[in-house]
Design a protein around this ligand. Structure first.
Ligand SMILES: Cc1cc2nc3c(=O)[nH]c(=O)nc-3n(C[C@H](O)[C@H](O)[C@H](O)COP(=O)(O)OP(=O)(O)OC[C@H]3O[C@@H](n4cnc5c(N)ncnc54)[C@H](O)[C@@H]3O)c2cc1C
Length: 803
């Protein structure tokens, strides 16, 4: 055992082994994997080994494609077979909604280069003869599906890494991890210590416990999962190997296993395993079978696939594996812990393990994951994701694994958790709430309590008419929205302007003013967008995305401010309300002595002022694109502020509005959102943010890449489209066609109520970004004509918001 390593990877499951391999592939060869028993002895060894490319997030789907294509490479290097069976897979729809879902998945697959094929039920039955056609309405075929041998894959990764110089220590348990002041680590094991520059927690079933060694409570929970293997099924004897099959409505997955069929299910009443502490003596172990728990699913299996009811059961497997609350992995560096990385919560190790290893190794070696992995980034969870929250959400997610999540569907578990002081006031006004980072926020307002629920659908819902009325109120009079769900970071101290100028692409605004700014990484890609509000000479409030608060702070740790600058998150200290619409100024003026005229308090002004008796920070800005104000107060004042605005607003026809209306209005204005239009795969000029990049101000992170992008024009352009839609609008991730070819993808879509048209924002190649005709957007399997708009759809000159 060497006493020093550049990296120690804790955990020899499929994920740790993949990380080790990818580190060597990226050129770091003085790396060591420490496994407390044998490789695969956690959740890996008993996995069904299934792999597939489909994922709700296109960027994760790409990494899944990468993983599957990797198996031949590690087989070749290691000489170890991965037992790849690329059978192809079929996904069965039992309802019209599921068929719509499959069509949308197929459409998304088009720009990812996936060859997905829609099938009739009869065609599906020809390819998978075990199904009873009466239970299905259609299907989709994916040629890139199959299964692998978990042992073979893990050892192929490990051997490939060893060939490149990595060390693999078995039967060695990491007992503790101690940081040194220089950012390196002492890895304390039961067989001696290793001094490591970096540590990766790939502890799988024990990732939570490894996290606790460094004071980290990772949002992970293991669930029991069962599959069974039948005796040989005569109906498939002598046929080519049966393909994989997912029966969504039956909540089942199936594949052939030595002449029999492997059937697995994600039962509704799933059972967490070791919810508080994972036992260390659980090694290459299984849990007792509980066929009763999955009996309802098996009954469905025997109806949908009758031949399975006629054969006996050869084997039952019940094993645990881990999930994060949203079912996606937790990957990346941890804020506040130097050189400590995680690669855990991977619930589909054989589809995602390769992509996770690739992204993490790139991040460690090059300082950047190399692709857009926001959906897997560990920083998307904050301290609100406690053990109990994770327990509730993981159970919900597990039970819904094969159920449709409609785009307008809000899930009930762990709610309400975080609420603002006016939560009950908003409820009294029949708000329908959404949850974001554990925080409740109003989506729209119903006229009565009985109507305050939304039908979930891919099409326009019962909320449509009410959202229309909210947008009308904002356009014609004045609307009031709660805006507590933004991230806020305060930067103070003498060096504030100089430091911010180096990390943000725009200039820091003068005193009392607001400036919008992108934040770029070294590659010149968008990693954030902020409203910078200069409250004092040495005090700037950054307002950005709540979910990305930890992500931003982690970035600031890498680009630390000098000693005279203090950076701190303060989202909880300021809750907000915003008034917007032509009457907004008159309304606010009636409540303050400060002159709000356009000359005294112009567009993009930001001041501290009193509204009634309430001290507030007020910005002359609105995401609606109307004349508007954002008002920030400490939570103790929020009820009084709300009361004041509602009372004073009554005579002006003030109407509450929610996130749905705001989304529709910002799309009308062509305003982008982080995680939709703004992501680390786009540059600022591509995203239409070029006017917020102050290239002449001096150096800042990403400047030289931004200069290049400006010179070259970038690869793509963000475009506004008016879509000839019927009863369904684009929601995001639909393909954009041009002259019969898929050329891009939608980032957001909604019905623009102020202009009476269905709208979409999306990226297309720069070369066709000015084409006037030939665009179509595919919505639920139908290519709808789309007109490229040369400017945003609403008030392109900005007269209304500046007025
Ligand atoms: C029944 C079942 C069926 C499944 N089917 C599929 C499937 O079809 N397809 C699919 O993709 N996935 C499937 N999975 C999930 C898959 O098993 C996981 O995604 C995968 O195993 C995760 O791998 P891991 O490396 O993160 O974790 P683990 O396999 O749990 O590996 C973690 C390793 O870390 C070691 N370790 C932890 N702490 C320490 C320490 N302190 N010191 C040293 N070593 C330590 C452990 O001993 C262990 O070997 C299934 C899981 C189950 C239970």
């Amino acid at each position: 055992m060497k006493g020093h390593a550049q990296v120690v990877v804790v955990g020899g499951g499929v994920v740790g082994a993949s990380v080790l391999y990818h580190l060597t592939k990226a050129g770091w060869t003085e790396v060591m994997l420490i496994e407390r028993d044998e490789l695969t002895c956690g959740s890996t060894w008993h996995a069904a080994g299934g792999m597939h490319t489909i994922n709700g997030d296109p960027n994760v789907a790409k990494l899944q494609q990468y993983t599957i294509n990797l198996y031949r490479e590690i087989e070749r290097i290691s000489g170890q077979s991965c037992g790849v069976h690329l059978t192809g897979g079929i996904m069965l729809a039992g309802t019209r909604e599921r068929l719509d879902w499959l069509k949308m998945a197929q459409a998304r697959g088009r720009y990812l280069g996936m060859q997905l094929e829609m099938l009739t039920v009869e065609e599906a039955a020809r390819r998978f003869p075990l199904l009873d056609t009466r239970h299905f309405v259609g299907a989709m075929f994916d040629p890139i599906e199959g299964h692998v041998d978990p042992y073979g894959v893990t050892h192929a990764y490990a051997k490939s890494a060893q060939i490149a110089g990595a060390e693999v220590l078995r039967h060695t348990r990491v007992l503790d991890l101690k940081p040194r002041s220089d950012g390196t680590w002492d890895v304390i094991t039961d067989r001696g210590n290793v001094h490591a520059e970096h540590v990766v927690n790939a502890g799988g079933l024990w990732a939570r416990e490894v996290g606790r060694m460094v004071g980290l409570e990772l949002p992970i929970l293991a669930m029991e999962h069962q599959y069974l293997i039948t005796e040989e099924v005569p109906q498939i004897a002598g046929l080519a190997e049966q393909m994989h099959c997912i029966d969504f409505e039956g909540e089942l997955y199936l594949r052939e296993e030595r002449g029999g069929v492997l059937i697995g299910t994600y039962e509704r009443a799933g059972v967490p395993w070791s919810p508080i502490e994972t036992p260390w003596d659980f090694t290459q172990s299984l849990l007792p079978n509980d066929l009763e728990r999955i009996a309802p699913s098996l009954e469905v299996a025997f109806q949908h696939f009758p031949a399975l009811g006629e054969v006996g059961i050869r084997k039952v497997v019940n094993g645990p594996f881990t999930f994060a609350p949203d079912g996606n992995p937790l990957v990346g560096p941890i804020k506040g812990l130097r050189n400590f990385w995680v690669a855990c919560g991977v619930m589909a190790g054989f589809s995602q393990g390769g992509g996770v290893g690739l992204a993490l190794s790139q991040w460690m070696v090059n300082g950047d994951p190399g692709s857009d992995i926001w959906a897997m980034d560990v920083s998307r969870y904050g301290d609100w994701a406690t053990l109990a929250y994770t327990n509730a959400k993981v159970r919900e997610n597990y039970s819904r694994r094969f159920r449709i999540r409609f785009p307008n569907e809000e899930l009930p578990a762990a709610r309400p958790l975080r609420t603002t002081p006016i939560y009950d006031r908003l409820r009294e006004r029949h708000a329908v709430f959404g949850e974001y980072c554990g925080l409740e926020h109003p989506l729209w307002f119903a006229p009565t309590a009985a109507e305050a629920r939304e039908d979930v659908t891919f099409r326009r819902s019962n909320a449509h008419a009410h959202v229309a009325a909210e947008c009308r109120a904002v356009r014609e009079r004045v609307g009031l929205i709660e805006i507590a769900n933004y991230g806020k970071i305060e930067v103070t101290g003498a060096g504030t302007e100089a430091w911010l100028s180096g990390v943000m692409a725009n200039r820091v605004p003068p005193l009392g003013r607001i400036a919008l700014t992108p934040m770029l990484n070294e590659r010149g890609k968008l990693i954030g967008d902020f409203t910078m509000c200069r409250l004092e000479a040495d005090r700037v409030l950054l307002i950005g995305t709540l979910a990305a608060e930890t992500y931003y702070l982690r970035w600031f740790e890498r680009h630390p401010p000098p000693a005279d600058v203090r950076v701190r998150a303060c989202a909880r200290e300021y809750v907000g309300l915003s008034v917007a619409g032509p009457e907004a100024r008159a309304l606010l003026q009636s409540l303050t002595r400060t002159d709000l005229s356009n000359t005294a308090f112009p567009f993009l002004a930001f001041r501290r002022l009193d509204i009634g008796m309430i001290p507030a920070l007020v910005g002359r800005i609105s995401f609606t694109g109307e004349l508007g104000y954002e008002i920030w107060v400490t939570p103790d004042y929020q009820r009084a502020l709300h009361e004041l605005l509602v009372t004073a607003g009554a005579e002006r026809g003030l109407r509450p509005f929610g996130a749905r209306a705001l989304n529709a209005m910002r799309i009308e204005k062509g305003f982008g959102n982080w995680t939709r239009e703004f992501r680390p795969i786009y540059g600022p000029y591509e995203a239409g943010l070029g006017r917020f990049v102050a290239l002449e101000k001096g150096d800042f992170i990403g400047r030289s890449a931004a200069l290049e992008e400006r010179a070259s024009g970038g690869e793509r352009r963000l475009i506004s489209f008016a879509v000839d839609a019927t009863d369904a609008d684009a929601i995001g991730d639909e393909p954009i066609w041009h002259d019969g070819r898929v050329v891009g993808w939608v980032t957001s879509g909604a019905y623009g109520h102020r202009i009476g048209r269905s709208l979409a924002l999306g990226y297309v190649p720069a070369a066709i970004a000015t084409a006037d005709a030939g665009f179509e957007i595919e919505i639920i399997g139908e290519r709808r004509p789309a007109q490229r708009l040369s400017a945003c759809a609403y008030d392109a000159g900005g007269a209304r918001m500046r007025g």
